[in-house]
Every structure is written in C-alpha cells, then in structure tokens.
Design a protein around this ligand. Sequence first.
Ligand code: PLP
Length: 382
Amino acid sequence: MNSDSDATRVVRAGLPDEEPYAPPLPGPVFAAHYHLPGDPAGAPYAYGRDTNPTWTGLERAIGQLDLPGEEPAHTVAFASGMGAISAVLLCRSRPGDVVVLPDDGYNLLVGMRERLEGFGVEVRTAPTAGDAQLAQLDGASLLWIESPSNPGLDVCDIRRLADAAHERGALVAVDNTLATPLGQRPLELGADFAVASGTKALTGHGDVLLGHVSCRDPELADSVRQWRKYVGAIPGPMEAWLAHRSLATLDVRTQRQAVGALAVAEALLARPEATDVRHPGLPGDPSHEVAARQMRRFGCVVSFTLPGKEFAERFLEALRLVDDATSFGGVRSTAERRGRWGGDAVPEGFVRMSVGVEDADDLVADVRHALDVAGASGTAGE
Ligand SMILES: *Cc1c(COP(=O)(O)O)cnc(C)c1O
C-alpha cells in the first residue's frame, strides 16, 4: 500500500510479501556465500560482498522513504555515512574535474578535500547560507550540498542550486543526514544523490554505524554499488537488520524530537547566557524561511553559544537528562562542546545539542537548571 502518511509508510517499508508462518521482518542473513548452482549470471545472491538479502530489505525500505510512490529510489547501503559520502565523491571524480563542497559541512569534508586534490581534482568551497555555492558552479562536475549544515544549521535552497548545477552539466549530491528522509527529500528537490549517515537519526538508537546513497537513476546507483564492491565498505547484516527494525519508529521518534528541539530552542532564546541560538524550526531563525519551503520536519539538533569554554563545560556537566557525547539523532538527548574536536570553525562556547525522545518539559527544565548551575558556579569560583 502506498499511503501518503509517513507514519503508515515507515512501519511496512521494505518488508517482504506476507508469507504464512514467516516473520514479518526476516532476521539477519549471515552468509559469505550462498548456494550457487551453475551459471552465476542473474543470480540474486552469490557472494557476500556483492549482495545480501538483509541489505536488500533495508535498501528497499530507504528507497521507499527517499522517494515515495510508484518508482522508489535505488538505494545502496554502506558500512557508515563516510563510506557513502566517499563513494559518491570518489566514484564520480576524475583528474581535472571540479567539485564544489560546502565550507561549513561535516568536518571530515576537509580531509576529503585533500584526498580529492591529491587525485588531481579541483575543489572549490563556499558557505551553505545564502546559496553561496552558486557562484562556484562554472565548470563544475559535482556539487555537494549539506542542508541543514552540521553543526551550524544553515540551510540553502536545494532546488535553486540543483537547477543551476544541472544547467552547467554538474551532478548534485545532498547530505541529508540531519533531516532524514521524513524531514526532507533531496531527490524530489532535484538532487541526483541523496546521501546520509544512518548512524544518526535514521536508526536513532546510537548503536549502529551505517550509511546510504539513494538515486532516481538506476545507472547512477549502479556506479555507486560497483564502488562499494571494489572498496568493500559493506554493512554488516546485523547492522542492516537493526536499522530496518528501527525504521518503523522513525516517524514517532522524529516527530517527538522535533517538538522537543523547538521547545528547547525557544527556552534558550529567553536566556541571556545563550547567544546565536539556531534551529531551522524557530520562526525567527535565518534558515527558517527556506527550511519551511523545502523541509517537512526540522530535525532534532539545536546549536547555541555559551559564554566561553568553562561555562559550556559546567553546563554540560550539570545536565542530568542529556549525555555529554558526540553524534546526534538518538532517542537519548546528547550535547557537546564542538570546539573540543578542533575541526569546526565555531566559538569555544559553541554547544550542539541533540534532542531525544524524552518529555519536552523535562528537557527544558533540565537545560534551564544547568544554565543556572553553570552561571552560579562561575561567579563563585572565578
Ligand atoms: C555523522 C555525519 C556523517 C558521517 O557519518 P558516519 O556514519 O559517522 O560515517 C556525515 N555527514 C553528516 C552531516 C554527519 O552528521
């Protein structure tokens, strides 16, 4: 059944046809090889690096979420988000090509830039906000978009950038990790590749590393699948199964997270200690207007800046419902001072918070209390 409702679609996405006395979601298939009589041409399963029935189920499910309707997306699952990202960047790039990256995207893109340049690819960068990548597109072969960007939460007009890139003959990839397929559908906004880490909100329990690439065009998906075969960045069957199992709650989780994230962002706006409070769902946010046009949910991440490193550390220490941990998108709220990694261009007091599925009022109370504690011990001790 092809329901318009996300809640209905996620619970059955990718499940096999009903079969008496079989489980609705078959368990993980652990196999390095399969029984393979005769000619392997056309065999659906032959060797474990190429195909696995548990991946097939997950890939079908994500394809149906990335592109709902009669012609779902062709999806290729990877061992991690970086596996998926590097597959698209590397399998499409030849010496002399021009790749346009965001300069405020996921921090490992900086290292990817060096790798690409090492292969003779020209890399240009521009900020996500204000569609600044538009000015870099002449002669480009691939445009890489990350919207909303992590951790700054800037947003660009994906349709506008994709149209401009296509006019110049460039392909377009969107890192959709933060939004999830329920929050934003890059393929419907004109992207050729919707790429994401499944480690974050897609699976949502903080216990799996995974990634995927979805395409409308089966040939583009094939080029990515071939790359996976050569590089071998394949998901484990257990991880793929856990991910598929987790998709059934994607609507419930992201719905609740969006409510909590907005409540926390609004509570932070009312506090003088927090500046630059960012969340695309906040009506006054610089990202809101474009986000409201192209996103269906605004995600679970809130970012803000506290008065310095020590204040932020005291705040994180005083939180009782929010773990000091990296990553985001999980059912348990987490927050961290991004500056501790040294990779993002952010102030020392910059905090990225990921809102889980706890009660929104409890989270707001916890954040307010931690701000009080951080402020009080600061004046007493310094
Ligand atoms: C985490 C993340 C990645 C990398 O995903 P892994 O699963 O950790 O490899 C890529 N892009 C964004 C936006 C991310 O947040």
